[in-house]
Design a binder for this molecule. Structure first.
Ligand SMILES: Cc1ncc(C[n+]2csc(CCOP(=O)(O)OP(=O)(O)O)c2C)c(N)n1
Ligand SMILES: [Mg+2]
Length: 321
């Protein structure tokens, strides 16, 4: 195991815990009727966004999915603007008009969530092509899913990234379900990283619940991309802690599988790393958690106190397009 500083491990844990707490808060706000539309919690998958984004430079690009809050947070999004967007307020990332599945933050290289499963893979490959053509040292990271990897554009885009040696890191978050369809009913070859091998792409399967394993592989992949030896495909195996979205109880998910993955909880693993490798005390860990809770409470208060866009503002906005 490499040497990690306490500060670095604390930063990883803070991100893991922020994503977990953000989604818990989001579910509460949803139940109170304050969030409309869909809400897909990232709970159980926190180590993937956290580990990958820790390996990136500020100038790199990130493309996200319908389950995208974790990617935004790991990329340093403003929690106030995120909650405001979920609540449909004018102070949100999309002035409250986009909601959960359309948050983007260009100032952080976050080119946005995407409600069309798989559609961000060609977009991310396009961003990598743009960077290469302009001679910019930027890696484009696409977070996709087991469902996304079954869409035709996934293969087309990965193939082009390969023949053009683009600086693209494609991360399949294999949570083993697409809505209620288990992966083995959607594909015969359930080891999704093998799809990259067939296209001549450096491809690996990793434990998506272990933040340091994710970080190490992402770091190597990003270095490879920067050397002009991209793309890289990482299949991060994980599991949702609940159903597909907030209103899905996930009754089709076998109890023993849920228990297994909860026993390998990414937030707990990150906490143990901070304590065991970083030497953090319980008190230090609690103070990180308390700071996150305070930040979230402030974000919720900010969002609740923000107005929605007025009709006049809305009309002026669409006239501009
Ligand atoms: C192209 C496309 N087909 C279908 C849907 C409807 N849909 C929304 S989420 C989803 C399944 C997603 O499963 P997966 O891609 O594995 O991502 P996960 O929800 O597990 O993160 C589907 C089929 C969609 N949004 N886009
Ligand atoms: Mg899935």
């Amino acid at each position: 195991m490499a040497n990690y500083s306490k500060d670095f491990l604390a930063q990883l844990y803070r991100t893991l815990y922020t994503i977990r707490a953000f989604e818990a808060q989001g579910v509460r706000l949803y139940r109170q009727g304050l969030i409309r539309g869909y809400f897909h919690p990232y709970t159980g998958q926190e180590a993937i966004a956290t580990g990958v984004c820790a390996a990136l430079a500020d100038r790199d690009y990130v493309l996200s999915t319908h389950r995208g809050h974790g990617h935004c947070i790991a990329r340093g999004a403003d929690l106030q603007r995120m909650v405001a967007e979920l609540l449909g307020r004018r102070t949100g990332y999309c002035r409250g008009l986009g909601g959960s599945m359309h948050i983007a933050d260009l100032s952080k290289g976050n080119l946005g969530a995407n409600g069309i499963v798989g559609a961000n893979v060609p977009l991310g490959v396009g961003a990598a092509l743009g960077a290469k053509l302009r001679g910019e040292d930027r890696v484009s990271v696409v977070f996709t899913s087991d469902g996304g990897a079954n869409n035709g554009v996934f293969f087309e885009a990965l193939n082009l990234a390969a023949v053009w040696s683009l600086p693209a890191l494609i991360v399949i978050e294999n949570n083993q379900y697409a809505v209620s369809t288990p992966i083995h009913e959607a594909t015969r070859e359930t080891d999704l990283y093998k799809r990259g091998i067939g296209l001549g792409v450096e491809s690996r399967q990793i434990n998506g619940n272990d933040v340091l394993e994710v970080y190490e592989h992402a770091r190597e992949a990003v270095a490879r991309c920067r050397e002009g030896r991209g793309p890289v495909l990482l299949e991060a195996v994980t599991y949702r802690h609940g159903g597909h979205h907030v209103n899905d109880p996930g009754l089709y998910m076998p109890k023993d599988r849920i228990e297994y993955y909860r026993a390998n909880d990414p937030v707990t693993i990150g906490r143990d790393y901070l304590a065991d490798l970083g030497g953090a005390t319980d008190e230090e860990i609690r103070s990180i958690e308390a700071a996150v809770e305070r930040e979230l409470e402030n974000a919720v208060a900010f969002a609740k106190n923000s107005p929605v866009l007025s009709t006049g503002e809305f009309l002026a906005l669409i006239e501009g397009y």
